[in-house]
Design a protein around this ligand. Sequence first.
Ligand code: GLA
Length: 768
Amino acid sequence: MITRIENAFFLSTSSTTLLLRINEVGKPVTEYFGPRIEAVLPEAAFAKKEVTMGRTVVYDKDRSDTISLNDIPSDVSTLGKGDHHSPSLLLRSPKGVVFDFDFVSASIGEAKEMEGYPTPRGAKEELTLLLEDQAMGVQVELHYLVYEETNVIGRYVKIINLDEGKLTIEKAMSSQLVLENKQFELISNYGNWAGEFQAERQPLSHTRIEFGSDTGSAGDYHNPFFYLMAKGASLNHGDAYGFNLIYSGNHLQQIETDSYGKVRVLQGISPLNFRPTLAKGASFITPMAVLTYSNEGSNGIAHNFHSFIDGHVIPEHFSFVDRPVAYNNWEATYFKFSEHKIRSLIKKAAELGIELFVLDDGWFGHRDTEHSSLGDWKIYKKKLRHGIKGLADYAHKLGMKFGLWFEPEMISEDSDLFAAHPEYAVSDGIHKPSEGRFQRVIDMTNPEVRDYLFHALKGIISEAGIDYIKWDYNRIFSDLPASGTFCHDFILGLYDLLKRLRAEFPNLLMENCASGGGRNDLGMFSFFAQGWVSDDTDSFERAKMQAAMAVGYPQSVLSNHVSAKTSHQMLRKTSFGTKFDVAAIGVLGYELDIKELDPIDEREIKAQIAYYKEHRHLFQFGRYDVLQPLEDGALIIEVSDGKEAEVSYMNYLQTPHPGIETLRLVNLNPELTYDYAVRHEEIDFRRFGSIINQVTPIHLKEEGKLVNFISRRFGYGIEKFEGQAHGSLLLGGGLKLGRQWAGTGMNDQTRILLDFGGRLYRFKPKEN
Ligand code: GLA
């Protein structure tokens, strides 16, 4: 709800308020952003009459003899009028570089869709503040969209040139927010291939902090999502502010702490090699930034952003709709597959209870390695004699959906498309172009390229009856053309193509991928209902990445696969049980050779899929709370709906002296009695080594033939852990877990977790 009282604007959501006002010198400022307040008496929140700080510049002595633009919590900042922070707008016209925007008018109305960019749907109201520098002939509109029930405010900026002279934009940030310094810590996420979403925590200092991506995409190197935690804020308590950008290209985040107790947070398109120019009458719109506040710590940020993304960002057709359990052949076969092999995997997948079969890379052109065929989206007949349709029909006949891999934004030099259209590949026209993963980037700024891709994809999707596509993007940019907006235009071109495909196939489930999570951002999630988190499918690495990502993104977009026991990326060995306990917090899939499963593994995987289906909605859409961070010895996550819960437990390193652990939940009904149980798993006998001889009637050689034979069929059942507990206890003191293996003694309640081992616990109200 947006309420105006004279020059003050209350932007209120269900639990927060952002209070703006136009101050004495005609500048929009944020006076308050915190728990929801009544839209009355805004004056108490206003800054009191200023004093001039030492050497600072007094902005306009006629309007106020004390106010300096450097000291006020401005919503937009420029160069040259005394504000010496890094500005949110940097403009240049033939007249000069100093811009001074004054408030002209405000309007409150229905929220409008943004041109060229994805716009989260469902904002009821929008506030637009019109500012102008008359002398320079430039106007700026500040837009604020209120996503009421999810506590999110969307912000973007429009710049309009009314002057004869050409206006050059050197920097145009989507949002500037100035907060009182609450001794914040910044949590941002860096990463790289197979190691995306590495959460990093640092206190703010008076050194300006900057991060972002200049690779062409929002990037694994730094995700645009980050948050600030006030001193003393924790998982469930305290002031926390979350930020993100609805954009998939280069971006910049700046956090600047000044010496007078304020923190300025900027987010927007990276200004590096970004120089739009505006002729008279032309305008430029930034992508939308989103902000949220919670006084319930980092879990509060997750609750706000999850409901916002699930409800307003994800394509409407998939909003809160259960995603299928997938099988993907990549780590089972890589490029080495035949039609026969794929058919046998399809059959096996159906037997296990899989709902969607995905054929990954290698089905088109003459693609047997990474070196060829991108761009030739035609069936590799020698490999797949009956085409994609034959396979899709087979999967459909067995009751499964069928999905296919594409990498539309790339082109191989060894392809028919490149032979016919070398100009489709991005190059600066001067240097020998560099390749990444042996491929070139295709020029998405060219409408002819987009048309070609639209028809190529449409042809296969409709002809074969494809239900899902995995959209990959496997290299970063190089050899950019001279245009100062190439990277940005590329992203707008991509959005244009995606929009056409979404309109043509509203039911098509699309998974976003960029060598893993290299482009998991809100721009992409506006078109894709899920995203591949990382090519690293090792469950311990994944648990960390998923937890970092899930503060800003709902688990319904986290595509997680159970892969072979020995991780291809880490060579770390983990049980299928643990792999499932981690993968279940999100959208479950499998990616290993299911034709080679031992009987014990087949039993386990069938049971996992059945278990997941039974609790799927909770796993994908339940409220997500971190109960304990990994630093405290185990990562514990609860997904719940206020009545039922599933808890995933991922151990870090086993210690010789384990203490007593308690599981304390946060979102159950305190008045109900609960049945609780651990999901049954079996431990591979081989994990016990030769100590097993202490309990066996015959001697078994460590890793000997007999142990191997038995272990393929039977395992050691994990600890007994089931019973009843009252909701008030589960939320209060908590439930005691069995002690972990301690190297001595052991009973039927001892938890043998080992390094990086997992468990899954269920809490269900007792049936009368
Ligand atoms: C990327 C993806 C993988 C797989 C391969 C295929 O690396 O992240 O999941 O699809 O491409 O080449």
